[in-house]
Design a binder for this molecule. Sequence first.
Ligand SMILES: [Zn+2]
Length: 144
Amino acid sequence: MNWEKHPGVWEKAVELWKSGLNATNIVRELKIEGLTRSILNARLWRQGYRRPKGYSHSEINAKAMSKRRAALQAAQSSSAEPNYPTTVPASRPVLFLKREAGECRWIVGGEGIHSFCCGAPAPGRRSYCEDHHRIAHTSSGTET
Ligand SMILES: [Zn+2]
């Protein structure tokens, strides 16, 4: 990693570090080829940027958690709106991006990459659980 080739990047990294991001997130944010977490950590350390003993990223995690909670609440309150996709009793909302094969992909709330999907078991090779499969087919009028 040649920092001279990327003017301003180190300053930006320090700025992000001061704002509470850890090296992993800073590397992800900067997207510089050849810049890895360990390279960044080493330089931060050499230049005296060190977290106080016992420092944790819990504050940041708390923020992420409250975001997740808000999305979940949005998912739950949305069930009161008739035309919005709803959760069903079997739903256990998961982040859409974290959804695994065999989990219902019905969106129950959130937006963009923070979308939550139903997450209930989807039988066979279906995309949706039993209930959402039925909703999908009745609402589009293509029930078979
Ligand atoms: Zn479902």
